[in-house]
Design a protein around this ligand. Structure first.
Ligand SMILES: NC(=O)c1ccc[n+]([C@@H]2O[C@H](COP(=O)([O-])OP(=O)(O)OC[C@H]3O[C@@H](n4cnc5c(N)ncnc54)[C@H](OP(=O)(O)O)[C@@H]3O)[C@@H](O)[C@H]2O)c1
Length: 278
């Protein structure tokens, strides 16, 4: 029996949320295809019931933005099943800019499902995670010593996943966040060149940042097995940063937690201390 369900509990945000809830003595079940307390696949509704058993509050995300996945249906279907199973609070991880996205955008549909659920809800719209440099997309490039992205001199207010998790854990446990949509960013914009320089200094290594044409990058990703729709989506979002259409600094962390967002420099120091870049 668990009161809290964390979908994607082994992922960047999910494992930090789980850690916080468990540290507070709360009963948490993580759910994912391969690494959860219960096996759970958003693509397989027949297997959802064991994950939802006894749960009153759930964290959910759409982990696979790619072709062949029925995004428009599965989060709404999961929300309906969760509410029918007795869940009375939902916290959805969305993304910065979804408010301006076209109707039919998978995360916009997911947001609407949560808002229409009839139970307490909170939507989180984070900017690019700082942890992409240490746990995800950009780590291999950092380790190879050259980060090449189509971001030019563009800047973005990277958000520390620790802040996302703290806001999510607060929203899962306190009804004062019900009905809120939080834009989550860091406290200032950081250029990719500056980010890489800070990481290089902290890691004691030379890491260069190179501006690259988006199409060149997409072809490189395709050669490395990244699905084409994912490659184009990510490249488009990075070009948005280059052209000044990316996120602006927002006070969402402060609104939710009553303190400023963590600085990128603090993220870099914490990540460097783990040895991930050595
Ligand atoms: N990275 C960024 O900069 C950024 C910025 C804004 C928004 N976001 C959003 O963040 C979300 C990803 O969150 P995250 O970074 O915390 O996760 P993550 O690190 O990408 O990990 C994904 C998690 O979901 C699980 N998962 C994958 N496919 C699944 C499926 N079909 N059914 C159930 N679980 C599945 C994975 O475990 P298994 O492999 O075991 O299933 C893992 O636990 C995406 O929706 C993305 O749009 C990311």
């Amino acid at each position: 029996m668990a009161n809290f369900l964390v979908i994607g509990g082994s992922g960047t945000t999910g494992r930090r949320i789980t850690r916080r809830l468990r540290a507070a003595g709360l009963s948490v079940r993580t759910a994912s295809r391969t690494r959860g307390d219960v096996p759970f696949d958003l693509g397989d509704p027949a297997g959802w019931a064991p994950a939802l058993d006894g749960v009153t509050a759930a964290y959910l995300l759409e982990p696979e933005l790619r072709a062949g996945v029925d995004h428009r249906a599965r989060i709404p279907a999961f929300v309906a099943d969760a509410v029918a199973a007795g869940v009375w609070r939902l916290v959805l991880l969305s993304a910065y800019g979804v408010g301006e996205a076209a109707d039919g955008h998978p995360l916009k549909t997911a947001e609407q499902a949560v808002r229409d659920s009839g139970v307490g809800w909170t939507v989180l719209r984070p900017d690019w995670f700082a942890q992409n440099f240490s746990e995800s997309f950009w780590l291999p490039a950092v380790l190879a010593g050259e980060v090449a992205l189509p971001t030019g001199d563009g800047r973005t207010p990277f958000i520390d996943a620790e802040d996302i998790a703290e806001v999510a854990a607060a929203a899962l446990t306190d009804d004062k966040h019900d009905g809120r949509t939080y834009q989550l960013t860091g406290p200032r914009t950081v250029g990719f060149g500056e980010a890489v320089e800070l990481i290089g200094k902290a890691a004691g290594r030379t890491i260069t940042y190179t501006d690259v044409d988006a199409e060149v990058l997409v072809r490189r990703w395709l050669a490395n097995g990244v699905p084409e729709d994912v490659a184009r989506l990510l490249a488009g979002l990075l070009v948005d940063v280059r052209e000044g259409r990316g996120a602006v600094v927002s006070d969402g962390v402060d609104q939710a937690l009553g303190r400023p967002a963590r600085a990128f420099e603090d993220y870099v120091a914490a990540a460097a201390a783990t040895g991930v870049w050595n």
